[in-house]
Ligand binder design. Sequence first.
Ligand code: SF4
Ligand code: SF4
Length: 423
Amino acid sequence: MAKSAAHSNKTLRSLCTALGKRSVYNSVAHCNRCGLCAAVCPVYAKIRQESFSPRGRNQALRLVLEGKLNLRKNKAQLKQIAYSCTLCGQCSQVCPGQIPTVQHVLELRRRLSGAALPSSLFKLMRLRETSPRLFAEIVRGGLALHRAKLLPGFSWLKFLKERLPRTHYPAFNPPAQQRPTLIYLPSFEAQFLRPDIAQQVYTLAAHKYHPAVWLNTPSGLFEYVYGDLPRARKLVRCLLTRHARTGNGKLPLLIDSTELYEFLQQAPALFDGFDTWQRKAEHFVSCLRFVTDLFPKKLSAASTPSPVLFMSTSLLGAPAPLVAQTQEILHTLFKKNFVQCEYTSACLPPFGYGLGNTQAVQGLHLSAVGTVARHQTRTVVVCSVGTALEMEALLHRFYPSAQVRHVAHLTDNVCNLTTKATS
Ligand code: SF4
Ligand code: SF4
């Protein structure tokens, strides 16, 4: 009983920090307020106010936990503090105590009821869980009507429209697989907004495996990011159960976007105090694979006339091993033409951020486009599908001579190279 009570809780009992498992208060109180983190925070660089710095966000949660800041009375201000963070995690990289500010910001979001995005968007996302087929039809129908300029209205639909790819890609319809040797879990954005990316990932996987595709499967990432922990847990539990029932629970599970990968890596932390689920989650994490894991070991250089810029920007921060792996691949393929851009000059906020944070978003967007212009590149490589959508919309407006390629698009090179490498 005690355990299920703990898991109906809307907040996490403890956090995994660089110093080990800590209570939320212990973790946030460990911030010594030195302020070193402010220098790398992309939001603080645009809005020079202490409460928008990583230190300010940590202190806000601390004051709430100590009962010195009333959640209800200060809700509007606290929402701004919690939802203006891009969750990029750069502050923790430079912090002497590696304070997990992202985790603290997410904890603050859980304590504030209601998210910063329109409720119509939430209703649609919930439909994905309860009626996936209807959800898929509504999304496809809505996008088609939008393209035909027949569906004005909801603010987020307008926002979505701006981020729709200019090219019309056919819907992603992979063949059913009877005896899969791998599971591919396409991110929401790849499946519905950039089906070409989902198709590329599938093609790459099909070189070595018989991929089964889990279409229209909510992962819990959306709920986790917007403060709904019980629902995020429920959806992760569904994933764990489905994975355990497929292929004896041993099949690799392929992910196409760094945010989804990072979120699922954290699955064991969601089940703190619930040992059976935590063990299942640990096994599940050991089966996760990212697109770059499927690239051939031996790659030959590809020719390109202009610099190739890699933006590792991602919601929840792209995990360091994936960034390193992608850098190595790009370095092998493009040699001196490969440019790793500085994170702080190209931190694109997460998909949907612009709906609730008009104050910060414009500055962040302009920095990212400025970085592309400074390097005079024609190709920007990203490993997050959300970033691909944001960057594509920006380049279309401000720098149309450059194009965005998801790391999966490098399979165009890789597929040729696979033949060479194996011949
Ligand atoms: S989060 Fe880290 S770097 Fe920032 S003020 Fe606290 S201790 Fe200093
Ligand atoms: S996660 Fe990023 S945006 Fe949020 S406080 Fe840290 S550096 Fe700033």
